[in-house]
Ligand binder design. Sequence first.
Ligand SMILES: C[S@@+](CC[C@H](N)C(=O)[O-])C[C@H]1O[C@@H](n2cnc3c(N)ncnc32)[C@H](O)[C@@H]1O
Length: 450
Amino acid sequence: MWAGSRLPHVWIHGPFLIHYSRLYFRLNCRFSFSKSREDCDEFLPWLERKAGTEISSVLSIGTSCYGRSLFASKFIRDGDCILKVPFSVQITPDKLLPEINCLLGDDVGYSARLAILILVEKKLGQDSRWHPYISRLPRPEELHSTIFWSKDELEMVQKSAIYHETINQKAQLEKEFLAIIPLDPVHGKVQRVYLWYHSYFLNHDGFSEAMLLSDEHEQISEVIADRDYAPGEEVFIRYGKFPNATLLQDFGFTLPYNIHDQVQIWVDVPQRDPLHMMKLDLLHKHCAPTVPNTGSFNSFRTTFTIKEVRSASGKGKGIPQPLRAFARISSTTSVEELEDLILEAAENDGRLARRPLKSKSKEIQAHQILLLQLSRLIQEHEVSIKSLNLDETISVERLAIRAQMARDILAGELRVLKSASTWLENYCATLSAAKDHSWELDTAIVDFEN
Ligand SMILES: C[S@@+](CC[C@H](N)C(=O)[O-])C[C@H]1O[C@@H](n2cnc3c(N)ncnc32)[C@H](O)[C@@H]1O
């Protein structure tokens, strides 16, 4: 069975990898790399000797503005297998020495085990069986995943969900590593290796259809070309349909324009609402589980993910149906209205508040509440972007790179928020313009729902 493999925070395969970027605002490439030719030339032959088999007959390693890269050395046809790496030469936790492995409890996860393996091999220096790989790993200052950002740097993305996700990720890591710290020979440096993930010298293109695939039966990872490549062309794969926040957290880079960007929004059910308990119960059963809002005493909240709405006209998919259902439920003001929604759901497909509210003004009101929240987020994102110091002359290179990444995160989210907001405005405007005869209202609504 083939499967693209990605664990939280790490790519699990392969020894070629690495990730380090230098800011370089030139042409289309914002990052430049200066790896020596030797660095590229020696690696593939070493890996082939180690594997005892050919890894690729059509690719060679070179450098591009994304760092080391794989290039077509011959004509490649769509569907050709361009790279085959046996699991046996992939640095994975099962390669940990048994005397170390037996000391690790069940609570030590995949990533922590991988980090230990790398630390052990690094300590062995030239004697390591993975030396050519380990010696090509990035230096700590070349890693840009948010887990390595300072508190001040992280403040730059405070308006994005990535901020809290990173804080939670750091806490989780600390917990995991505390379980193994006594084993750690270089105290305090464990976290630095955590995100050294493993993939090939293949860079990411969000539009590519080629993925890194694993064949458990054959015990290999491979890449199938998704198009023809002329000799000399750089070959890309898609790491996944990841928004910038994921690319930054897991891989340490962002794209200036990422079609997969999304925004996480939190919506509240305040306790002062007289229907609070009934609404919570319904939301829990039908829309999304709510959790206590730590920022606001006595309220519950839930989260939804919004993606870019492609059709501003108000047609097409629009914003997520569960979020609209949430808005309809939370805008109700009487038990009767809630009971009507329950009845309507029972008479249809069982899903609550998925149809427009019978009262046009209530339907508009529910969506305007969302609109208000999006407008606030838009404003906050705009202020955050303005406050970023994107001056190219910033002397601290690391800060300049991270400020640019923060901008990519916030600008992508802003684009998504604006698209959703425009869609909502158009929806409300169309409803307002519709005459009150129910069939006319229904027609207008059906347009939006399809
Ligand atoms: C698996 S490695 C690929 C090889 C890497 N270029 C190298 O020099 O070792 C992944 C890293 O390449 C860089 N990278 C890959 N795709 C990129 C892209 N589209 N834009 C910017 N950096 C990219 C990032 O630094 C990322 O962490």
